[in-house]
Structure formats: C-alpha cells, structure tokens
Write a protein that binds this ligand. Structure first.
Ligand code: ATP
Length: 238
C-alpha cells in the first residue's frame, strides 16, 4: 500500500550450516529513500540483499516489500524489485537490444512497451549506438550499463544494487550515478552496497553499517562520522 515502507526487515537471520552470516537485522527503508549499505567483506551485505530479492530463504525473520511479505507472496514482491548483482552476467552473444527484449519477455512486458523502454534506457545510458553490437566486445563499464538497463526494464519501484560502481571508469561511473540520482528523484527507492566513500557521501540519503551480520549503526554520513568516526573502527576502513 502507499503508506507501507518500501522495505521492512524484522529479525532477519541466515545461517550457512554452522556459519551465521546474518544475525538479527531490523531495517526500515521508506519509499523514495536512497540507502547505502556499508561494511567490510564478509559482513553479510550480499546475503541480506539476496534474501530481500528472494534468492535465499531466511533462517528466520520477515521481509516485506511495499507491504507485501516476500515469503507469503514472492511473485508480487519480486515484480516491484530489481536486483543488479556484483559483476552481473550478460549473454555475450546477445546485443544490448536483444538482451533487453529478452528480459522484458521474462517479465511479460508487451513488445511495444519493451521497445520504448529499451530505447529510452539505451539512449539515457549512451549505449544506443551500440544497441546492435554483441556484448562480448564490450568493456566492463558498457556491460554494467547494459545489465543496469536490464534491471530497470520492468520499471521497478525498489532497485537493489551490489557494488554498482566498482571497477567502472570515471565517465561511466558518472553516467551510472547520474541515472541512479535521477531515478531516486523520480521516486524510486534505491539500496546499494558500496566501498566508495564518495558514493556514500554524495549519492545516498542514509547509510547503514553492517558488521558481523548485524546492523551496527544508521544515519547520514555526517551523523555517523560524528558518532563513530573519531574512535573505534574508522568509517573510511569499511
Ligand atoms: P562481500 O562484500 O565480500 O560480498 P558481504 O558483506 O556481502 O561481503 P556475504 O557475502 O553476505 O558478505 O557473506 C557473509 C558471510 O557468509 C561470509 O562469511 C561468507 O563467507 C559467508 N557466505 C556467503 N555465502 C555463502 C554460501 N553460499 N555458503 C556458505 N557461506 C557463505
């Protein structure tokens, strides 16, 4: 519903055998928020996001996406959500346009809507002139842009990205950041993980710090620096 949070996580836990990767996370993100998850490698960020997008079943706890419990109604929750994994895979033999048409088909989007959304996304990401070239020859950045376009083709209300800017050259990182900021202004809720301080500083509204499977702190970067920056674990080390 319109008054529900975009994402509500309660008592979330996940164990891989003996290893407890996520140890009781509570997190609420409001519609339109741009939220950054920070934390060292192995902290549990990817595991948490995989549960949000329904790739992993929680050991315990609940996740709702716009008021829909994603275990009670996984299809409805997924329809609202997009997931861009760390180092996304593309079908190298497809062109960006074919890839977008393929993904749109999986979502059941009609051909006309798919064509117009693909056109808009490819233009917006400066991939339009490459739309009929196979992805196999693309740089990492161009592949990342094609994957991002694929994540956006069903017009998700909640966009989840794992390290979306890592390894991109400055020009492409700029294009991706601009597109994300534009989507956020248009009301899309965005959650990303990042190690890049400049992203945390300029792009996101609020940050959550995950360490050892728990949410250690939340706030704006300025608030977190004030509370935690001087003593203990430095934010810059995350
Ligand atoms: P990174 O930035 O390195 O991806 P992360 O914060 O996303 O780190 P996770 O990938 O969620 O952390 O990993 C949390 C813990 O769970 C780590 O100790 C990791 O080794 C373990 N883990 C993750 N996936 C699996 C799996 N499929 N099977 C077993 N253990 C796993």
């Amino acid at each position: 519903t319109t008054t529900s949070p975009a994402l509500e996580i309660r008592g979330l836990r996940k164990s891989y055998g003996e290893k407890e990767a996520v140890k009781g996370i509570d997190l609420t993100i409001q519609p339109g928020e741009f939220y950054g998850l920070l934390g060292p490698n192995g902290a549990g960020k990817t595991t948490t996001l995989k549960m949000v997008v329904g790739l992993l079943t929680p050991t315990s706890g609940n996740i709702s996406v716009f008021g829909v419990d994603n275990q009670r109604d996984p299809v409805a929750a997924k329809r609202q959500t997009a997931w861009l994994p760390d180092e996304p895979m593309l079908y190298d033999k497809l062109t960006p346009l074919e890839y977008l048409e393929f993904v749109a088909g999986l979502w059941g989007i009609d051909a006309r809507t798919a064509a117009s959304r693909a056109d808009e996304l490819l233009t917006r990401l400066e991939l339009h002139e490459h739309r009929n070239e196979r992805c196999e020859g693309f740089s990492r950045g161009m592949k990342q842009k094609a994957a991002l376009a694929g994540a956006l083709i069903h017009d998700p209300r909640l966009l989840i990205l794992d390290e979306p800017l890592t390894g991109l050259d400055a020009a492409i990182a700029r294009q991706v950041k601009d597109l994300l900021a534009e989507r956020a202004r248009a009301g899309c809720t965005i959650i990303l993980t990042t190690h890049i301080m400049e992203v945390a500083e300029r792009l996101v509204d609020r940050i959550g710090i995950i360490q050892h499977g728990q949410l250690l702190a939340e706030g704006t970067l300025a608030e977190l620096r004030q509370k935690h920056g001087r003593d203990g674990a430095s934010l810059e080390e995350l």
